[in-house]
Design a protein around this ligand. Structure first.
Ligand code: UT7
Length: 323
């Protein structure tokens, strides 16, 4: 028998405020047409004044607990993937633990920017496989609107805020790729590319800073590296592109999503796409997409899913799992 980390619940939260592309036309030399054509984005959600990353994470986690029919004190651990924690410390996860009235277990953050959720899933999986935890809440939550330079049209039209959460639980499998749960993980990073996507602030500067991106360079790396990590994860799980029911990619750009699926050999109708409605929500984008796809009736029990993401670092990776 093999232990597997199986998704028992999923949930998400999006702030009320929807910002359409046309809102940017008043202050920037940009257009709805350009934004849609180059990124696929039509709108994004922005957190309200005073609404924090941890608030969104707590709402998403509560939704995932309800979906699983469990209570926060049934959890052994909370992992929050975020680059926009409320404070330098404590971790967003500690604030979420308090917000969920969870009085046992442990909580910590993972920071791998847009790939953060994939890295957090991998860490949660390792904890479950090692027997350290039986139930882990994995959350991706971000308020990237707070990192935007509103004068930089090449970045500020691309990002949005939100949170998604999945509840992983240890279950017995047979050790085959027909098992439900996480079947393989592939993680990568290459710090030589740290300067093509970064925030120019932090503890060393005394200011939060703004997101800076060489978009074309990141785009070039993204398509190549996402296809590579997806193929590596499929190989580790001993599945092929034809076996995949759904690709649930990081939602940064529709052109990256489509090109990667093509390179992977997966048909476009098997790709979950939320980028048009959410924009790029960094570490929140994959759990948001999973939750929306479940709510839409797209994901069915035993479906074979691959998630893939890349972000600042550069850091990138993929997870194959059976729903
Ligand atoms: O989530 C982490 C990973 N991030 C990503 O995956 C993002 C990767 N990059 C991208 O998605 C794309 O590179 C962008 C959407 C950022 C840009 O698309 P692009 O096709 O690579 O455009 P570009 O940067 O080459 O810019 C083309 C033109 C430039 O004008 P010139 O130099 O040709 O005159 C830009 O100045 O478009 C201009 N431009 C804009 N025009 C209207 C840049 N931003 C805008 C804008 N509105 N918002």
């Amino acid at each position: 028998m093999t232990i597997r980390a199986v998704i028992k619940g999923v949930g998400h939260y999006l702030p009320d405020r929807i910002v359409e592309n046309s809102e940017f036309e008043a202050s920037l030399d940009t257009s709805d047409e350009w934004i849609q054509a180059r990124s696929g984005i039509k709108q994004r959600h922005f957190a309200a004044k005073g609404e924090k990353t941890s608030d969104m994470a707590i709402s998403a986690a509560k939704a995932a607990l309800t979906d699983a029919g469990l209570d926060s004190n049934d959890l052994d651990a909370i992992i929050v993937a975020t680059s926009t924690a409320d404070l330098t410390f404590p971790s967003a996860a500690s604030i979420v633990q308090s917000g969920l009235d969870m009085t046992s277990g442990f909580a910590y953050d993972i920071q791998a920017v847009c790939a953060g959720f994939v890295f957090a899933l991998s860490t949660a999986n390792a904890q479950i496989l090692s027997g350290q935890s039986k139930r882990v809440m994995v959350i991706g939550a971000e308020s990237f609107s707070r990192l935007m330079d509103w004068k930089d049209r090449s970045t500020c039209v691309l990002f949005g805020d939100g949170a998604g959460a999945v509840l992983l639980q240890a279950e017995q499998g047979k050790g085959s790729n027909k098992d439900r749960g996480i079947l393989s993980v592939d993680l990568n990073s290459d710090g030589r590319h740290k300067d093509i996507l970064y925030v120019d602030g932090g503890v060393s500067t005394g200011q939060t800073g703004y997101l800076r991106m060489q978009g074309k360079e990141v785009f070039r790396h993204a398509v190549e590296k996402l296809a590579q990590t997806a193929k590596a994860a499929m190989k580790k799980a001993q599945v092929s592109a034809e076996d995949i029911d759904w690709v649930v990619p990081h939602q940064a750009n529709i052109r990256i999503i489509n090109s990667t699926a093509k390179k992977m050999g997966v048909a476009p109708e098997k790709v979950v796409k939320t980028v048009h409605d959410h924009g790029n929500t960094s570490a929140a984008s994959i759990p948001l997409a999973l939750s929306v796809a479940k709510a839409n009736g797209q994901l069915k029990k035993n479906d074979l899913i691959i998630t893939e993401a890349i972000g600042g670092g550069l850091a990138w990776g993929a997870v194959v799992l059976r729903w």
